[in-house]
Design a protein around this ligand. Sequence first.
Ligand code: SAM
Ligand code: GLN
Length: 283
Amino acid sequence: MTEKIHEALNKAKSMLESKDLDAHAVHLLMEHVTGKSGATLLADLREPLTPKQQTDFYNKTEQLLTGKPVQHIIGTEQFYGLSFEVNKNVLIPRPETEELVFGVLERCRDLFPEDGRVADIGTGSGAIAIAIKKEWPDAFVVATDISEPALEVAKRNAKHNDAKIEFRLGNITEPIEHEKWDVIISNPPYIAMEESKEMSRTVLEFEPHTALFADDDGLYFYKKLAKSLPPLMNKPALIAVEIGYQQGKAVSDLFQKAFPKDRVSVRKDLNGKDRMIFCEIRE
Ligand code: SAM
Ligand code: GLN
């Protein structure tokens, strides 16, 4: 006799909780193993697993117990209603970053009613660039990264999501220099090295450190951007960056100095933490 879905879920949850790991991941695993999504899975909680599903579910739960992110086990993450392949070479896109994309699109609707030139710096899985292109098809979108393996993943994601993006390899603004831009968007690495002590094993051992950590107390990339972006921006233009929750003042000061005549604002995420900076460059 195989177990019922709810029995297997509860067992796996207690295993994870006993190791202080995120128990919510077992639901995603079960959806993946059974092919049933959200509401259907809930309606079928009393159904038995097939022997193959049960073996598969517990094998994958074993992987979760090592701290491996569920997204690496199932191979995908959802972002802005789209599905993205993820692996050890890219940051798993985060819900906070969806809020950054939303904030950009909201502002661009008024600023650029037709087309626009957009660059996503440090694209990783391609999540930001691809979500923007899908929502704003007339935009010309460039996505850059210093990591070749990350760009390979991003290219597959663009193809899979049917989004036409130009990918460029290189350091920070270097691949987009000698051109002018309407929108620059970036979720750069922003975690200070010292903060690694407080990070979960799931992030620290499985996600790429080039995507997470930055020198200068995590401010390295914002300093570089504030320095090199002014000559690259059209008028009007928008710069939007994700930030760490304690970096609001430091990063807004940097951009306000670089763009003294323009409007720089700090915005909070849904958890009430400072998470984004928008710099609106005037006509
Ligand atoms: N944009 C993706 C997202 O929001 O999910 C990934 C963001 S991740 C925090 C930062 C990305 O910046 C990584 O993909 C990393 O490879 C890239 N990166 C790190 N150093 C870089 C550099 N010097 N120049 C360009 N990209 C860099
Ligand atoms: N938000 C990510 C985390 O907390 C960090 C992303 C970044 O450094 N840009 O793991």
